[in-house]
Design a binder for this molecule. Structure first.
Ligand SMILES: [Zn+2]
Length: 171
């Protein structure tokens, strides 16, 4: 339940601000990298932090560049981080990404036993962690991940909207 405080902010707003400040520095970095890859690909970037908060993997969308249907930013980041970790299990790790993972990536994160997933914009069409369907809560999910969506949501949505708008005008 959210109720209004004297200063006019609801509980939910305060929670949102706390989450935003915790991950906003990483999300700003992700948005900068997304803009860069946005020149050739859908602007999506993911990073993986280990239990000490160190970045052990990063990836951008490389579907066109690599001609790879699996070339989503989350998969790229998982591949790099598993090399660094020399392990396929990520229970103590956090992945941060600007768009809600799709169903393929959500399933891959469950397979990787990711500890926590932080994302910016929800994807109401293809999101696999609540935007469209929520695989993390599906009965097929043998691993429960902590999910935090909506971090710097407005900024994250804006970059994607601008990218699609540009794509439409180029056609
Ligand atoms: Zn994906």
């Amino acid at each position: 339940m959210s109720y209004i405080f004297e200063n006019g902010n609801s509980n939910k707003d305060q929670q949102k601000r706390a989450n935003n400040s915790k991950y906003s520095n990483w999300m700003h970095l992700i948005l900068r990298r997304s803009k860069e890859i946005g020149k050739v690909e859908l602007p999506i970037c993911s990073i993986i932090l280990d239990e000490r908060g160190r970045c052990i993997g990063r990836g951008v969308n490389r579907r066109n560049i690599n001609k790879d249907p699996l070339g989503h930013a989350e998969i790229m980041a998982l591949r790099q981080a598993s090399l660094v970790k020399s392990d396929w299990r990520f229970n103590e790790c956090i992945i941060i990404t600007n768009l809600e993972p799709c169903t393929m990536c959500a399933a891959a994160l469950i397979q990787a036993r990711m500890g926590k997933v932080v994302f910016g914009a929800y994807d109401k069409k293809r999101g696999g962690l609540g935007g469209s369907i929520d695989l993390s809560k599906h009965k097929s999910s043998h691993h429960k991940m902590e999910i935090l969506g909506g971090v710097l949501e407005d900024e994250c949505s804006q970059i994607l909207q601008l990218w699609f708008k540009k794509l439409r005008t180029q056609k």
